[in-house]
Structure formats: C-alpha cells, structure tokens
Write a protein that binds this ligand. Structure first.
Ligand code: MOS
Length: 728
C-alpha cells in the first residue's frame, strides 16, 4: 500500500482498541521469566557449547603474535578462533570497525579471539590463557585535542553536514542581544539490561542465529557481508530484547563470533558479552563540543542562529548530528549549522537513543535559557515568540503538524511554572536551594517501508507475523491493537509473532520510527486481508463492516471463523511512504519541566519533580507511550547529572566500563514523572496518524535539569554531566 496522500477516515479511527491503555500483551511472559531471550534458548537447540570473547588490550596498533596453545589445552576447550584461522571474512558496509579484529587493532577491547568450551567457566578461564603480543601504535583519543583536525564529513542519513540561510555572520554581528557559548557532552553508553548475546547453529552451510537485535533485515545483511554467505542461508530470530537504545541496531561481535565459534567447534555456540565488554567492545554515543550563537532583537525575536558541532569517530565512521534540531526548531531569517568530524581511535561511535537531537538539545536548550535571561524574557515565552509553522531553512515546506506552543503552555500550566522565581538562588527549602527549569523537546519523525503478513484461522484467531522487534517498547501490544481494530476482533483474539527473518521485512526498531511505520504495515496487511475475506464472500470490500468477530454487508453477517474456513485465509502487504515526508516537515514536539534541589553545602543535585507535555500525533497506547516517555525522561536525567564514559587519554579506552563506575539513575534518583500527551492526529504521517515518542522523551530533559540547577544555585554549567564539583 502506497501512502502518498493524507490519510482520510479509516477503521483505525474507531478507536475501539487503538488509543486505549492496554497492558503489554507480552508483560506476563516477561515478568514471569518465560519470555525467551537469545541467551536462554536452551529449549530449541541441544548440545550448546559456550563462547567467550578475548578483547584487544590496546586501542591502536597490531597483533604481532597470538598464541592459543595454552587455551586449546585447557579443560573443556573445543576451539579457539582468531584472525589466523577464521577463514576469509568480509566487512559489513554498515559497521565501522571489524567485529573480529587482528592483526590490525582498531579500538580497545575489539574482539580478537573467541574461545569455545563445554562450559561458560571453562571458556572464560581459557580466554585468559590466550597470549597476545602487540605493537602499540599512537592513536587520538581526546576530542578537544582532535577538534582542530576535524573535517566536514560527507552527508549522512541525518541530513547534510552543513546548512546556511541568509547572512548569519552579518545578522549576528548586528544583533542587539547576543550569546556565543560553547557546550560539551560526554561519551555515553547505552547500558541496556540485556547484554549483546547470540546462539549460533550451523546446518551444513546454513546459519541459524538467535540474537538480541533491533533490525532483523540489517542483521541478515550484515552477517551475509561478514561471513560471505548468501542471505538466503541465514535465519535470524530475535523475538524478545532486553533493551537496545541503538546499541543493537547492527549486529556486534557476539553474533559473528558465535557463528565462527560454532563453525570451528562443530557445535551450536552461545555467547554473551560480559557487562564490562559492552562499553569498549560495542558502540557508544560520541562526545560533542558544540558552539552556539544566537542573536535577537531587544524584544526577543531571533535574527541569527548558528550551531556548530564537533565529534569524533574511527576512520570511516560518522558524526554525531547534534545540529539537527537547530535547523527546524526556531524561526530566524539568518542561520547556519555545521557538523565536523575528527578521527578518534576510541570504540565505534554510533546511534544512541535520539542520536543528534539528544545531545544537540542538551546544548541548544541551555543556550535558549541563557538568551531568555539576557532578554529578561520568560524562557517559555521566548520559545513561543520564536515558533515557526514552516521549516525555517525551507520556508516553502510547512510542518505536517506542529504543536510546540501547545506543549509549552500545557506543560507550564501542569507544572506550575508561574511560581518560578526568574532570579537564581532565591528559593530555599531547608538545606536545599530550589530551582525550576524547562526546555523544548524535538525529534524528527522518520517513516520507512514496513511489511506484515496477517492470517485468520477457522477459530477466528488473527495471527500477525512481521520481522518487527519489541525492544521493551510495546511493539507486540500496539501491533495487536492495530490488527484487532482493523479486523473487528477483541485483542485477545490476536497472536503477534515478531523478530524472525522468515517473516515479512518491517521497519524494525530505531529512530522512533518503529511504532508508526510497523503498525502502518500491519494496517496495510489487514486491509489486504479484509479485501480477501470480502471477495471470498462476494461482498464489497469497501463497504463491508468488520466488527464483533464478523464481517457484515447489508443484511448478511458471517463470522470471520466461518469466512476463513478450514484452510484459513492470509494476506501480506507493506506500507510504502511516498512524498508526504518531503512535502511536509515531520517532527514530534514537547516541553520538559524540572524542579531540582541543590544542597547549599555539598552541591549535591536532586531532581524533585519532572513534567512533560508531548505532541506526537495519535498516541496508539497511552500506557505504553507513557512508559516509553518516563524511561526516556529517566535516561535524560542520567545524561544531565551522571552519565559519562571517561576516556583514559593515554590508553584510549573507557575507564568506567561497568555499572558501578558508569552511573545511571536508580529509582531513588527519580521523582514522580508527570507525562501529558496532546490530543492530536497527523494525517500526513501514516494511515495510523501516529508518530513516535520513544526518543522524543529524552530530547531536552537534560537541559531542563541543567537550567533548573542554574535557577536553583546561580551556577551555569555548560559541561555535562552537571555534577556537584561543577556547581560548588
Ligand atoms: Mo535508536 S538510537 O535509532 O535505536
């Protein structure tokens, strides 16, 4: 089904099932420990051996000798695979560093060997016996140092590297009120609960892989490019995933080395990255340095806005696109954005929840707070004053739907923003200095082709199969809701099968495109099934009504079970997005508010309240959408106050590579979170009229907390995380 004209009224609009706060249909399986995660498939494949990865002990250089004799002689060891005996491998185009390194070492803890043994303990013990000699090279590990050598990268999927409209330098120079400030965000790690894990089994030349992955079709493609076997010979399954946040958009070393280990050992191999391996072996959100310049009239109209961002990555990698939101969020006739990329020999930088906007808004929304203060304007009013209903870089392109102002006003009212004292360090509560801050939220709305197969059986049960994934986001549930609404059955008559490369290719889970795109694909497949059922019965598919488990046309009413017959009926289709994504700027919006306390003696910062209002099209399930947003707000609180992967500039690795050293928020750090969704639909986004919220929720949170900290204690911190040493 092609989606190239705005959606009209359709069966989804009935809102009998969609739009309702259904509990997660996978919830009981998950909470009772019966949801089979990749590492736990003891049931499906016997005779599993265990793999353990050996990581490089240098960040840059070469392996001069690798001696596996002692490891091979250790108890229980079945095989050791290194670059010397792995056979010919390719490199997946989409992955920057080799997933099996050697002799060249591209980053610290890059996988250079896998030991396969009868037990996990034997594999781990033998991994320590692999002797490696290195010739250490000199790498670049410090962004501030490498910044001077940064270059303009090629345009990527985040858009062009640079943009310019009007005369930015002239307008900024002449502006009555101006700000020129630089902000920094650190390297951050995804830290999903479930580590990267895979079980690989070969049947001749055919590979079956149970893994934890957000994008099944990409996994098949990248395995094919790495192992140099046809895609048709690869079967990937990832039905349950314990968090990804972007770290599982692409396969990692666990998948490739489980496959290589299994081939070498002649046994199925299961392999999980240990928690400390997740930090240096996989990907992370790259650190940024961001310079923001804003010029405005005395009344607060922005006349010039400029945003430059520097980040680093391995050779061949890409930039953190932190300027993205600045292209679209505020009006202003004269503008420039520039993205610069330095070579850094740290582990691969890549997407982490809202890549681009999450760190970009951490900087931009402090800058907006600083400007509001210079202008003596309320920060909410300053943003409203500079709202735009068209893409400010392409004024001929309107937004499909944009309610930033609604979010700002509603959020301010729910939070009690009018009680804020604009002068910093004026309010106290015992030993706490108390402050309020806010920030706008923005995240692009991407749409992408998504397919599904839907069948109905003789019991009237609807089964949906698609390679869509549920990374803890609620995909199972909103897909079931979509099929139930379309087919006119209760949700408990729908079975959803996900995360299997033998199912139709979906949008997958990434970039907050999953909810809207994957349900739109299910909508298309259900539309095809409705047509097939009606035609079989000689009814007009356009006027037939699907309700109460029946199809009705005129006076005729037939149960779906009967219509399906013994053989059942099924249909497959996909949603293809046309030009609406180009003729309209599509994005999601919100406003975050936070109240913090700063201990006047120690500088300890505590969040006391958080509140947000969001405009993201139709909310398919208010309960799971709220769960996404409170999770994202929590992650934003981590970005504001705690998270920092600390680089050792001598050896080029992240020092704090576990959850003791890499701090993330715990329950005691997070107060009640108020989440409000604006009542809206976006007919340009898809037949579902929905968008995404999973990434929107993290965008802007950290700046709201940083701004609240400033309001509390009067110290402006422009270097994340905002920790007590920086406010004392
Ligand atoms: Mo998201 S960082 O595209 O999984």
């Amino acid at each position: 089904m092609k989606f190239d004209t705005p959606a009209t009224t359709n069966p989804i609009d009935q809102l009998k099932v969609i739009g309702r706060p259904h509990d997660r249909i996978d919830g009981p399986l998950k909470t009772s420990g019966r949801a089979p995660y990749a590492y736990e498939r003891h049931d499906v494949i016997p005779n599993q051996a265990y793999g353990f990865i050996v990581g490089a002990a240098i960040a840059t250089g070469r392996i001069t000798r690798i001696d596996t004799a002692a490891a091979l002689a250790a108890p229980g060891v079945l095989a050791v695979v290194t670059h010397e005996n792995a056979g010919k491998l390719g490199k997946a185009e989409a992955i920057t560093a080799h997933l099996l390194g050697g002799p060249l070492v591209e980053h610290y803890d890059q996988a250079i060997a896998v030991v396969v043994a009868e037990s996990f303990e034997q594999a781990r013990a033998a991994a320590k016996l692999v002797r490696v000699d290195y010739a250490r090279g000199n790498g670049a590990y410090d962004l501030a140092e490498a910044k001077a050598s940064a270059i303009k990268p090629k345009d990527g999927w985040g858009g062009p590297s640079d943009t310019a409209v009007g005369d930015f330098p002239g307008a900024f120079g002449k502006a009555a009120v101006k700000l020129d400030a630089t902000y920094t965000t650190p390297d951050q790690c995804h830290s999903s609960m479930e580590p990267h894990a895979s079980i690989a089994a070969w049947d001749g030349n055919k590979l079956t892989l149970w893994t934890s992955n957000q994008m099944i079709a990409w996994a098949v493609r990248d395995l094919s490019e790495t192992l140099l076997i046809p895609k048709e010979d690869i079967h990937v399954m990832s039905p349950f995933i314990g968090g990804g946040f972007g770290s599982k958009l692409w396969i990692r070393s666990d998948a490739v080395l489980a496959a290589l280990g299994a081939r070498a050992a002649g046994r199925p191999v299961k392999l999980a990255l240990a928690r400390p391996q997740m930090f240096n072996n996989t990907t992370h959100r790259p650190a940024t340095i961001q310079r923001i310049r804003i010029g405005a009239t005395r009344k607060g109209k922005i006349t010039a806005i400029g945003h430059e961002s520097w980040s680093g990555d391995l050779p061949g990698g890409g930039p953190e696109t932190a300027v993205n939101q600045t292209r679209l969020l505020y009006a202003g006739a004269n503008r420039m954005t520039a993205t610069r990329l330095a070579v850094l020999d740290l582990p691969e930088g890549n997407a982490m929840r809202a890549p681009g906007e999450a760190p970009g808004l951490m900087a931009l929304e402090i800058a907006m707070d600083e400007m509001a203060e210079k202008l003596r304007l309320d920060p909410v009013e300053f943003r409203i004053l500079n709202d735009t209903q068209v893409d400010p870089e392409n004024p001929g392109t309107p937004f499909s739907h944009r309610d930033l102002i609604g979010c700002l006003r509603t959020g301010a009212e729910r939070f009690g923003w009018d009680k804020r004292n604009p002068k910093p360090a004026q309010v106290s509560d015992g030993r706490w200095l108390v402050g309020m801050g806010m920030a706008a939220a923005f995240r692009g709305n991407l749409t992408t082709t998504s397919g599904a197969r839907v069948g109905i059986d003789r019991k009237g049960v609807v089964t949906v199969a698609t390679d869509m994934t549920d990374i803890g986001t609620g995909s199972y549930t909103i897909i079931a809701q979509t099929a139930a609404e379309m087919m006119g059955v209760p949700i408990d008559k729908v079975v959803v099968l996900l995360g299997d490369s033998s199912f139709p290719v979906s949008a997958g889970s990434g970039g907050q495109w999953g909810a809207n795109s994957s349900t739109a694909g299910v909508y298309a497949a259900c539309h095809a099934l409705r047509t097939a059922i009606a035609r079989k019965l000689g009814m007009d598919p356009d006027t037939a009504i699907f309700a109460d488990g029946k199809i009705k046309s005129g006076k005729r009413s037939v149960s779906l079970a009967e219509a399906a017959g013994d053989a059942g009926l099924s249909a497959e289709d996909s949603i293809e997005f046309g030009d609406l994504a180009k003729t309209y700027a599509q994005a999601t919006f919100g406003a975050h508010f936070a109240e913090v306390g700063v201990d006047r003696a120690t500088g300890e910062i505590r969040i006391r309240r958080m509140s947000g209002a969001f405009a993201a099209g139709r909310i398919l399930n208010p309960k799971s959408a709220r769960s996404q947003v409170i999770g994202a707000m929590t992650m934003g609180a981590g970005a504001a106050l705690m998270e920092e992967a600390v680089v050792d500039p001598r050896f080029g690795y992240f020092v704090n590579h576990d959850l003791a050293g890499y701090e993330v928020p715990v329950h005691a750090d997070i107060p009640h979170q108020d989440v409000f969704f604006m009542d809206e639909v976006d007919d340009k986004s898809s037949p579902m009229k929905a968008k995404g919220v999973g990434e929107l929720g993290i965008c802007g949170v950290a700046a709201a907390i940083a701004n609240a900290t400033y309001n509390a204690c009067g110290v402006r911190v422009r270097d994340y995380p905002v920790t007590l040493d920086k406010v004392i």
